[in-house]
Write a protein that binds this ligand. Structure first.
Ligand code: RFL
Length: 399
């Protein structure tokens, strides 16, 4: 360890090469702030990890503002229709004509990450792959450092003026927060999804949300050959518990394929279990350590907000770091947390609302039936009330 203790010094150590870390890295690099991105995984893993796909108009605007939107402009698909299916029939909402008239751009997260990485490296940015941040030390001081485990297993240490924790919910940034320095507000929604990527063309030209007595099912296009599906399952179900045939039969049933048309089936190329959970850390800073993206707050994927918030927070933090390190003005850093938290809580509120819209209680007792009727009433209101639709569109497509 001794020969590595002063291994490197930089202005900002960014933990994690996801959307948050790479947007932040690019913006700092563009403004001449010295930084390094430390990433636990190999480059190939980072560039193929399929997760989000729906980028909000505001996210596209941020990426465009900084010259980071070339790939998504070329290959992203505009998207603005969602379809709800349930026992009371189906209906569609084209949200580009509702609320603020905004739409999504469908662009797989791994492609965005790959674009951001390519741009960062091409402009001289440094990414240390296969380098795991172990602990952030001295975050309460002006000289924090990050201990790391390098690719060859050797320990190392980076010193900096600031550390940006963009390393997700299980990363070193959260782990290193001194007890009591930051509060965590947490909610387990008690719902579990089996998340699937199918080598199959989309089955409808809309995001599909199906509410069924057997549980929720969702359909989201990713590309013309790949579709993401979600199917609600019992908590604790192993990812490989269901055969492909069972998955497709269950999706077909819940999406009411017999009434509305069969699904295009294909090989399931990836699957994972997602327990729907949310949390927010408050404040998003401890001294010289800042929390960004999933490290700042985890938003359940029910409303597709996580990657969008990550980009927004990264832009806000980048501006603040540049103001401090280039212009000597620390005001932006002081207000970083207060600026980001309202966005985070709005996203939480909407994703919580979506969860309650799409998942019914399974019991047949009076309380379960009451909540189920409330949910049906909510869907009916979304189907018929223009003001309700405008509210939905504004929150669904916005950040
Ligand atoms: P990421 O993308 O998790 O990146 C964190 C990076 O940090 C690395 N890392 C470490 N590196 C060094 N040292 C350590 N100790 C480290 N620990 C971790 C990791 O390897 C990784 O590279 O976080 P970031 O940048 O904050 O971005 C957040 C988004 O990835 C996330 O919110 C979204 O994927 C959520 N999400 C969606 N968001 C949307 O906006 N739209 C969507 O359509 C959408 N769909 C989804 C989603 C999340 C999903 N999952 C995984 C639950 C669909 C799914 C299935």
């Amino acid at each position: 360890m001794a020969d590595r203790q002063t291994r490197s010094t930089t202005d900002v150590v960014v933990l994690g090469a996801g959307p948050a870390g790479l947007v932040l890295g690019n913006l700092l690099q563009q403004r001449g702030v010295d930084c390094v991105v430390l990433e636990r995984a190999e480059r190939a893993h980072v560039e193929t990890r399929a997760r989000a796909g729906f980028l909000a108009a505001n996210t596209v605007r941020i990426l465009e503002r900084h010259g980071l939107a070339e790939g998504l402009r070329r290959h992203g698909q505009p998207h603005s229709v969602c379809e709800f299916r349930g026992a009371d029939g189906r209906f569609r909402l084209d949200y580009s004509g509702l609320g603020r008239g905004e739409r999504h751009t469908v662009y797989p997260q791994q492609q965005l990450v790959s674009d951001l990485l390519t741009r960062f490296l091409a402009s001289g940015g440094r990414v240390e792959f296969a380098t795991e941040a172990v602990t952030v030390l001295g975050s309460g001081t002006e000289r924090p450092s990050v201990t790391v485990r390098e690719a060859d297993g050797r320990p190392g240490r980076w010193r900096a003026r600031y550390v940006a924790g963009c390393d997700g919910r299980h990363g070193a940034a959260r782990r290193s927060l001194p007890p009591g320095s930051v509060r965590r507000h947490h909610c387990d929604h008690g719902v579990t999804w089996l998340g699937l990527l199918a080598e199959a063309p989309p089955s409808l030209d809309a995001v599909g949300y199906a509410v069924h007595e057997r549980g929720f099912a969702g359909h989201m296009a990713r590309t013309s050959e790949i579709t993401r599906y979600y199917v609600q399952c019992e908590r604790g179900t192993p990812a490989d518990a269901w055969s492909e045939e069972r998955i497709w039969d269950e999706l077909e049933l819940r999406m009411r394929g017999a009434e509305y048309g069969p699904l295009h089936r294909g090989r399931i190329v990836r699957r994972g279990v997602v327990d729907l959970e949310s949390d927010v850390l408050e404040p998003l800073r401890h001294g010289s350590l800042f929390l960004v993206g999933d490290a700042a707050g985890l938003v359940s994927p029910s409303a597709a907000k996580g990657a969008n918030l990550a980009v927004l927070e990264a832009e806000i933090l980048a501006e603040a770091l540049v103001d401090d390190l280039v212009h000597g003005d620390s005001g932006g850093l002081d207000t970083y947390s207060a600026r980001c938290l309202p966005y985070l809580w709005r996203a939480q509120e909407f994703s919580h609302w979506m969860i309650r819209l799409l998942h019914g209680p399974s019991g047949s007792d009076g309380t379960s039936l009451f909540h189920d009727s409330l949910r049906r009433s909510r869907i009916a209101s979304l189907r018929t009330s223009r003001s309700h639709q405008d509210w939905f569109a504004e929150h669904y497509a916005g950040v």
